[in-house]
Ligand binder design. Structure first.
Ligand code: G3H
Ligand code: 13P
Ligand code: ZN
Length: 311
């Protein structure tokens, strides 16, 4: 099976009231951990690559690793550019075999966001590639750009129809209170999402797939393990999983997860070195890291996204 777009995945997910996991990938062990879990659970998958990941691992290495995962799993996998910020970057990923790109014009004015997104959609659709746009601005860190909570803004539901119609995007990322990274809420703050905004967007765009960025739950087990074995992470609060399940039962068809993968991997490696301080073979510490990723992704697929058995 070749790489697929997310079109059919989203149609089924919308109707079925579940979501597809979009997991960020940076190297072989991460790709293996994610895809092994998905294979066992027969879950459709989106593997996404940020521009930072592309710089770190190289476009060709990543695409070949994902192609290998398709051969090994036989699963429908969509390869997506996460947070593309220019037409040129999107074009390079489209020309280089990605089946989906995000053009993130959320930091531009409404009109400039539309113009940039439309330009990417025209090129992508002419090449059989789907496009995710973004309206509203999440707080947090992405590609070393830190958006403060004050600069973040919720999506205005009154703008979504016009944005989708004028750009032709295939899915839309919205801001309802999630944010990137491990520190999504202030210590002591009760996590809250604006489900009223999601419901209003759903009403204005019936049947249209919505995307949730910044959706890691920051699983306490991993933070505790990191801190137990020499780490020093301050209180980290993520998105409660029951909120993600609720979003998946509504119009959210794609849920982005990166920080949870990083925490799972780091927890395993810290524990390994604490227990085996004299070891230095990378295979020894990357193996438990890959296993932790597999365990985390299996949990997300079955207990959060609900996409097990939907491949
Ligand atoms: O939204 C951002 C993703 O977590 C990717 O992070 O840009 O550090 O690769 P990155
Ligand atoms: P997290 O930092 O919550 O994992 O969000 C990842 C993301 O949105 C990637 O685009
Ligand atoms: Zn994101």
């Amino acid at each position: 099976m070749p790489l697929v777009t997310s079109k059919e995945m989203f149609e089924k997910a919308y109707k079925g009231g579940y979501a597809i996991g979009a997991f960020n990938v940076n190297n072989m062990e991460i790709i293996q951990g994610i895809t092994e879990a998905a294979k066992e659970l027969q879950a459709p998958l989106i593997l996404q690559v940020s521009s930072g990941a592309r710089k770190y691992a190289n476009h060709t290495y990543l695409i070949k690793l994902v192609e290998a995962a398709i051969i090994e799993t036989g699963l429908p996998i969509c390869l997506h550019l996460d947070h593309g910020d220019t037409f040129e970057l999107c074009k390079s990923c489209i020309d280089g075999g990605f089946t989906s790109v995000m053009i993130d014009g959320s930091h531009h004015s409404f009109e400039d966001n539309i113009a940039l997104t439309r330009q990417v959609v025209d090129y992508a659709h002419a090449h059989g590639v789907v496009v995710e746009g973004e309206l509203g601005r999440l707080a947090g860190i992405e590609d070393a750009v830190n958006v403060s909570a004050e600069d973040a803004s919720y999506t205005n539901p009154a703008q979504v129809q016009e944005f989708v119609e004028r750009t032709g995007v295939d899915s839309l990322a919205i801001a309802i209170g999630t944010s990137h990274g491990a520190y999504k809420f202030k210590p002591g703050q009760k996590p809250q999402l604006r489900f009223d905004i999601l419901a209003e967007v759903e009403k204005r765009l019936p049947g249209f797939p919505i995307v949730l960025h910044g959706a890691s739950s920051v699983i306490p087990e991993f933070v505790e393990t990191i801190n137990k074995y020499g780490g020093n992470m301050p209180d980290a609060i993520g998105i409660p999983e029951d909120m993600l399940r609720k979003a998946a039962s509504m119009a959210v068809c794609k849920i982005n997860i990166d920080s949870d993968l990083r925490l799972a991997m780091t927890a395993a490696i810290r524990q390994y070195f604490a227990e085996n301080p004299a070891h230095f073979d990378p295979r020894q510490y990357l193996k438990p890291a890959r296993e932790n990723i597999k365990r985390l992704v299996a949990h997300k697929i079955t207990d959060v996204l609900g996409c097990d058995g939907k491949a």
